[in-house]
Design a protein around this ligand. Sequence first.
Ligand code: SAH
Length: 345
Amino acid sequence: MEKIDILSLDLKELEAALVELGEKKFRAKQIFQWIHIKKVFDFDKMTDISVQLRALLKEKFCINGLFVQKRLESCIDNTVKYLYRLCDGNFVETVLMEYSYGYSLCISTQVGCKMGCRFCASAIAGFVRNLTPSEMLMQIYETEKNSGVKISGLVLMGIGEPLDNYDNVLKFLGLLSHKDGNNFSLRHVSLSTCGIVPRIYELAELKLGLTLCISLHSSDNSARSEIMPVNRTYNIEKLIEACKHYISATGRRITFEYAVMDNINSAERDADRLAELLRGINCHVNLIPVNKVKERKYTTARTAVADFAKRLEKRGINATVRRTLGSDIEAACGQLRRDAANSNQ
Ligand code: SAH
């Protein structure tokens, strides 16, 4: 029989699994704390658990680790990029970034991505599978162990579309913030989506306190459909309506991500349309230069981001220019995984 992935179980499920094995319910909390507070991933090191129970745990459960395949440190800033190998040989990327207020981690939610955004490296190698809750958690736990730092902010902006792996992402967030475990505040989590509208409505109902980021990248439907195929299913009007609902249901401000691309979305009329679209919405616009992906032609001229920010400001729209971290280590999502997958062929 296949062993149960213990790190993906919430406390109630672990209690039920132990009771089924004839064990006392309270043992579950002890084990949960070993894993999620002490970050001990070897049953033999759980010293207040009897030797018999440890043997049973080893027989019935597994703890799937991640292995550091590559670790790249930026020379420009303190960004560290990890290429993690999963138990089945797939790869995901995790990026550790240092800010004035602490360390933030960008994690992947899927192996590859189905969304097909034209400018994104994750789309090129295609979709393989969803990550499990434990694989998302392990990116945090392993990175903390490996780097020796405490992570205080989390962004779901690595490889994959989090709302396309909705159930596992929610379970992961529940585990991460569990008061008997890691107790991470979801106020310090940002979840980025290309705009899967029905899931935005579902997420709104949960009022998790996280920051929702929308990868908008264009205010024009035909341009957006060209660079982001998801727009053909959920167009800009539907997306903005969902965002307004999210804001009124949760009281939280939304962030719109906008990668400024030459000849695509950075003209005067793009700023006009964007300002019109976002007027009166409790939001913030994050402008970024496009990360160069070798198979793709998208570019951002040297002053294009600053110019676009000025255009938005003139129209009364609050925009910041995101600092690009780790530009020397291919910190753009998906590039390392794709290279690793190619070299395995
Ligand atoms: N699927 C989610 C999260 C992963 S992508 C989403 O679409 O939001 C994280 C962010 O990086 C998104 O805003 C995405 O549009 C952006 N991104 C992807 N490739 C990029 C590139 N080459 N340059 C700049 N931003 C990019």
